[in-house]
Write a protein that binds this ligand. Structure first.
Ligand code: PAF
Length: 286
């Protein structure tokens, strides 16, 4: 596996990779890799001949008071994991390579970026859309894979790729979970042992809510129930507990088609997010 840190070196590594033909898949990450990222890499191999992974902790998507400096960085370990999964190129640019002096462009996706994490983290999705557009232009992959764990992020990237005719496939991969159901996230490393034990209230309360919603329960009352359960487990503040249309991400109060339950809440100093599919009452989830 080649580790590449600047754009000219990436261009020649990608050209060499494409000489023999074959499809290229990109798995963009911010590092601190876990089984969720590895499932993206494995899935990427089903869609392409060569897998390129990127590791870049993107300053543009962190707010002023967020965890940019504290974000876990463990590149040597990450690189070994990627190499073991057969990744051809690790694109690990420096901040200067990604945002050279004079950089002045921002991509802003309206609609799906607004509300939910977009409301709680102003500017976050502009930072995500901008860096992902740059990664797509740098690597020029045939497909790129993203976890459904960041469901709103996936919707933003799909919208951007369609609107800007980026000509690649965007593949969403189901959330990888720990045995107790907690969604895997690099930020889980911030949880104390005691918080980690309490964190299971998040997937537990969501799973129960999905079951009652699919049985026809009233939406507002069910969402309040999730909030109360999270508060009782020590979560707070709770940014949102919302039921949205799975495509538009607009709130729904009567489930007529595929919907999604999305939650973001803090446990101690750690902000956790999760989401689960909700089918209309009487229609079983696939
Ligand atoms: O999901 C992430 O890890 C990041 O938001 C991404 C897509 C790599 C962009 O920095």
């Amino acid at each position: 596996m080649q580790i590449v840190r600047d754009v000219p070196a990436l261009r020649s590594a990608i050209s060499a990779l494409k000489v023999g033909g074959g499809r290229v898949a990109l798995v963009p990450t911010m590092g601190a890799l876990h089984e969720g990222h590895m499932s993206l890499v494995r899935r990427a191999r089903d869609h392409a001949d060569h897998v390129v992974a990127s590791i870049f902790v993107n300053p543009m998507q962190f707010g002023k008071n967020e965890d940019l400096d504290a974000y876990p960085r463990q590149e040597a370990r990450d690189a070994a994991m990627l190499e073991a999964e057969g990744v051809a190129i690790l694109w690990a640019p420096t901040v200067e390579a990604m945002y050279p002096a004079g950089f002045a462009t921002t991509i802003s996706v309206s609609g799906v970026s607004e509300g939910l994490c977009g409301a709680a983290r102003p500017g976050h999705f502009d930072g995500v859309a901008t860096v992902v557009a740059k990664l797509f232009n740098q690597v020029r992959p045939d497909v790129a894979l993203f976890g459904e764990k960041d469901f709103q992020q996936l919707a933003v990237i799909r919208r951007m790729a369609t609107d800007l005719d980026m000509g690649l496939g965007i593949i969403g991969v189901e959330t990888a979970r720990a045995e107790d159901g907690l969604a895997l996230s690099s930020r889980n490393a911030y949880l104390t042992a005691e918080e980690r034990a309490r964190a299971v209230a998040l997937p537990d309360s969501m799973r129960e809510a999905v079951a009652v919603l699919e049985a026809g329960a009233e939406v507002d009352g069910t969402l309040v129930g999730v909030k109360n359960r999270l508060a009782a487990a020590g979560f707070g503040p709770i940014d949102y507990v919302e039921l949205v249309d799975a495509g538009s991400l607009q709130p729904v109060r009567r489930i007529g088609g595929p919907a999604r339950l999305l939650v973001a809440a803090r446990l101690g100093t750690t902000r956790l997010i999760d989401n689960m599919a909700v089918s209309a009452p009487g229609i079983r989830s696939l």
